[in-house]
Design a binder for this molecule. Structure first.
Ligand code: LFR
Length: 481
């Protein structure tokens, strides 16, 4: 018998988790059953994801879920976007690449020669990011891989395939390939696929969030202790799509920042914005759950912090982020505010040296200590967040009276306060596990545990996860004055 619990598999760029979600008309609760690191692997051939290790950790998590809740209603999977495994038949061809591998930048000109960026934007509405899947496919072609592959499965679809034997493409994540049509029910964009010279057979049947992908293979039901034929349900399998489901926007005049490795800054819309201005501002129209549009811009996010700490740890393994953020709060003098979105920060490596170089080039003071670097990074992120919120509002015509910050970055009080200060708009922070919650909610609705539109689901989040409030300094000073 199925019960009121579902399992969310949520794979982030630095860590993954399997969570149980307990859901009822007035209940929404998460219970972590397995958390594991996601450590990319550099080889002479490129930067890769350890997908087999991740799959193994997913199975361990599901085994734990099976011990606690053998009758769970369903399983849903989400991960970061754009990356995929190539297959021939059932067989994985090589190790999936990490989107931060430099091969993509080299592939961009060949794609734009076939289809100029303005035409691409009109077709798919995606901001330019050198790792959008269609550029990665060009790199595969150059390496000869498309001559042998007959299927491409995005990471959550690949895990779902391994769990069920069914090859499907979930539509929110598929929108990040750049190869879906815009507006109406999403379809693979056959003419664009042809223009780019890609084999049509690479792309499996699409499924929408809430639909069945398949059922757990009998062998895996036996090994995890889960009931036979546990359904694997499509959720917003792009992690950002799931996170946006769980943003507690009780006031529609709101922007969101899904803040983890990336800061995804934007608003939710009913229709895409494809203007010249939104293209110039590099705003994206990604597919959301229930046909909504995630109109947003990628800002670099906590990657700048984690990668800086990783650099400092090479000289001193005792360096860690939390004490540095506390020290950064105590920095009183002005610090450099740099362009957090400068492409030089994309690849792994020594971020502090790159920040120092940026500051020297732009006549700004180079941070003098690790605490000053951290302060400078947080100020620069907050400034970039505020700028992107203003742009989202200007480009879409949507009024923004509240900014919701969800995800791991919502725990960083300094970042939340500085974002409110730079934007001059109140910030509500939390929930931290928005992505897992969005994953859980879409499954729960499919299982009939809850009902209604996204607004009802968000009301349930708001009722069960009290946000922290940050008032912009300008408003606090005015009240005091
Ligand atoms: C966040 C995210 C972003 C996407 C980036 C790369 O985890 O999914 O939305 O642009 O990772 O996939």
């Amino acid at each position: 018998m199925a019960n009121g619990t579902v399992a969310a598999v949520d794979l982030g760029a630095t860590s993954g988790r399997v969570m149980l979600g307990h859901v009822g008309p007035d209940e929404l609760r998460l219970e972590a059953v397995n958390r594991f690191p996601n450590t990319p692997v550099q080889t002479p051939g490129g930067l890769h994801w350890d997908v087999l290790g991740l799959y193994q950790s997913v199975l361990e998590g599901l085994g734990q879920a099976g011990r606690l809740q053998p009758g769970l209603a369903s399983i849903g999977i989400d991960s970061w976007a754009v990356d995929y495994g190539l297959l021939r038949g059932d067989r994985l061809l090589g190790v999936p690449f990490h989107y931060r591998d430099p091969r993509n930048t080299a592939a961009v000109p060949a794609v734009h020669e076939r289809v100029p960026f303005a035409e691409l934007y009109a077709e798919n509405g995606l901001q330019f990011l050198p790792f959008n899947t269609l550029y990665q496919f060009e790199a595969e072609r150059a390496a000869g891989l498309l001559d042998v592959a007959d299927r491409a499965l995005l990471v959550p679809d690949l895990i779902a395939f391994w769990l069920t034997g069914a090859q499907r493409a979930e539509s929110t994540n598929a929108s990040t390939t750049g190869l879906l049509t815009l507006g109406g029910e999403p379809r693979w964009n056959d003419s664009l696929i042809e223009l780019l010279g890609l084999p049509r057979g690479l792309f499996p049947e699409l499924v929408q969030p809430g639909e069945l992908i398949g059922t757990l293979l009998p062998r895996l039901a036996a090994s995890t202790g889960l009931r036979a034929s546990t359904p694997i349900i499509a959720v917003g399998s792009h992690d950002t799509a799931s996170a946006v489901v769980a943003v507690p926007m009780t006031d529609p005049d709101a922007a969101y920042i899904s803040c983890g490795t990336w800061g995804l800054v934007g608003v939710e819309l009913e229709r895409p914005v494809l203007t010249e201005a939104s293209r110039a501002a590099n705003f994206t129209n990604e597919g959301g759950v229930d046909g909504r549009v995630r109109f947003l811009h990628n800002v670099m996010g906590t990657w700048l912090l984690s990668e800086s700490v990783r650099t400092w740890q090479q000289a001193d393994p005792s360096v860690s982020l939390l004490p540095l953020v506390a020290a950064a709060e105590a920095v009183t003098g002005p610090v450099a505010v740099f362009d957090a979105n400068d492409p030089r920060f994309m690849e792994p490596g020594d971020i502090p040296s790159r920040i120092a170089a940026w500051c020297t080039e732009h006549g700004q003071p180079v941070p003098a200590s690790q605490a000053e670097f951290v302060r400078s990074i947080i100020e620069s992120l907050a400034e970039a967040f505020a700028r992107a919120v203003r742009a989202a509002s200007d480009l879409s015509g949507k009024t923004v009276r509240t900014i919701h910050i969800v995800g791991g970055g919502s725990q960083n009080a300094l970042l939340c306060q500085l974002t409110a200060d730079h934007a001059g708009v109140p910030v509500q922070a939390g929930p931290v596990e928005a992505t897992a919650l969005g994953n859980v909610l879409v499954q729960a609705r499919a299982a009939g545990l809850v009902s209604g539109d996204l607004e009802s689901l968000r009301a349930l989040v708001a009722a069960n996860f009290e946000p922290l409030h940050y008032t912009p300094r300008s408003q606090r000073d005015a009240r005091r004055g």
